[in-house]
Design a protein around this ligand. Structure first.
Ligand code: AMP
Length: 195
């Protein structure tokens, strides 16, 4: 698959363990070196800022999507290839996944989880069809993976839904996980309901 553009969900927090910073920097290098454009939340803070700074330094392309109110509180990154301002948080999530080839979820808080879960729900309904990769840095996402497995086990998700996401332990495995992801299309609607 020719990967041109990926959306990354990740933390706004700046008080994070070095392993998460290290993984964000490694991912940034991989994206920049492969000329894969980053679409992200547009913040200068946390893993978002680290990712964007490193891609910029390496000559890559960074596209931030931000609701206008975040400009007022000055959370925005000042030095991106492109910043797209939107009216609402809801619109931001729509724009973030337009025309991307994959979505990657790095460690983060409730904002990251909300974005991941909304996109996963759209995928279940066949409204989003691209690979979704969870970077399980330092086993941070083990509880999420357990929850998703429990959803499958208890039939809140159907067996085919297991193919909606891939989990990798290190940034170096993200590209191959995208390339090896199960193909998905709008026919997912036919089995969205578990009955
Ligand atoms: P969180 O994981 O709660 O830190 O939220 C980070 C995710 O939610 C990012 O992927 C952003 O798209 C969005 N977000 C939450 N807080 C901010 C912020 N201060 N600046 C920019 N984006 C944010």
């Amino acid at each position: 698959m020719d990967i041109k553009r990926v959306c990354v969900y990740c933390a706004s927090s700046t008080i994070i363990a070095p392993v998460f910073v290290d993984h964000a920097i490694k991912l940034a290098n991989i994206l920049a070196d492969n000329n894969i454009h980053l679409v992200f939340g547009g913040s200068r803070t946390g893993l978002m800022g680290i990712l964007a700074d490193q891609i910029n330094e390496r000559g890559g392309t960074t596209v931030g999507i931000m609701p206008e109110f975040m400009k007022e509180v000055e959370w925005h990154h000042e030095n991106l290839t492109e910043m797209i301002w939107v009216d609402t948080m809801a619109r931001r999530k729509e724009v973030m996944i337009e025309d991307v080839d994959a979505v990657i979820t790095l460690p983060g808080g409730c904002g990251t989880m909300e974005e991941f879960m909304e996109t996963l729900s759209l995928k279940r309904l066949g409204l989003f069809t691209k690979p979704m990769i969870i970077l399980n840095s330092d086993n941070f996402y083990n509880p999420l993976i357990d929850l998703l497995e429990a959803m499958l086990r208890e039939n809140f998700l159907g067996p085919k839904h297991r193919q909606m996401w891939e989990v990798v332990d290190k940034p170096e495995d993200i590209i191959s996980a995208i390339n090896n992801s199960t193909t998905w299309d709008s026919s997912a609607q036919d089995f969205a309901l578990v009955d």
